[in-house]
Design a protein around this ligand. Structure first.
Ligand code: FES
Length: 151
C-alpha cells in the first residue's frame, strides 16, 4: 500500500498536466521508488488515483522495461542491446556480465544485489557499448570487473 506521502506526490504531479493521465508514467516511477517494484495491488492503487482501469496501468507497466512487477536487485544493470552497442560488442559484454554474476538477463543475483536487464537503446549511443548501472551511464565499457567495482 502506498504511503500518504506518495499519494500526495502523485496528486501534486497530476496538477502539473492539463490531463492528469499524462502524469501516469512519472507517478508509476514514484510508486516504484517507494515499493521497490509494482505488484498488482500497487498498480490497482495507482489506477484508482487516476480513475483508470487497472488493465491500462498494467499495459504501461509491462511495456516499459524500467518498471518491474517482481522484486528486483538493489542495483539494476540495463545493458543496451541496440544497433550501436551491438556493433561495438554488447553481446560479449552481456555474456561476461551474466557469467560474472551467475545470472541470465531478467534475473537477480541470489544476494539481491544486482538485476540484469537487456534493454533497447538507452540514448547514449556515443558511449557504446554502454550500460546503465543504477542511474549512472557507463561506457564505453571495456572492463566488466571495473563496472561492478564502481557499481
Ligand atoms: S544503441 Fe546502445 S545506447 Fe543507443
Amino acid at each position: 500500500m502506498l504511503s500518504q506521502k506518495t499519494v500526495d506526490a502523485i496528486y501534486a504531479l497530476q496538477k502539473r498536466y492539463p490531463e492528469k493521465r499524462s502524469a501516469l508514467i512519472p507517478a508509476l516511477h514514484i510508486a516504484q521508488d517507494e515499493a521497490g517494484y509494482l505488484p498488482h495491488e500497487v498498480q490497482e492503487e495507482v489506477a484508482k488515483l487516476f480513475g483508470l482501469d487497472t488493465t491500462e496501468v498494467h499495459a504501461i507497466v509491462t511495456f516499459y522495461d524500467m518498471f518491474f512487477e517482481e522484486p528486483v536487485g538493489d542495483t539494476i544493470i540495463h545493458v543496451c542491446k541496440n544497433a550501436s552497442c551491438m556493433l561495438r560488442g554488447c553481446d560479449e559484454m552481456l555474456q561476461k556480465l551474466c557469467h560474472k554474476l551467475n545470472i541470465k538477463p531478467g534475473e537477480t543475483t541470489s544476494d539481491g544485489k544486482y538485476t540484469i536487464i537487456a534493454s533497447e537503446c538507452l540514448g547514449a549511443c556515443d558511449r557504446a557499448p554502454m550500460m546503465l548501472v543504477g542511474e549512472t551511464v557507463v561506457g564505453p565499457v571495456t572492463d566488466i570487473d571495473r563496472v561492478l567495482e564502481n557499481g
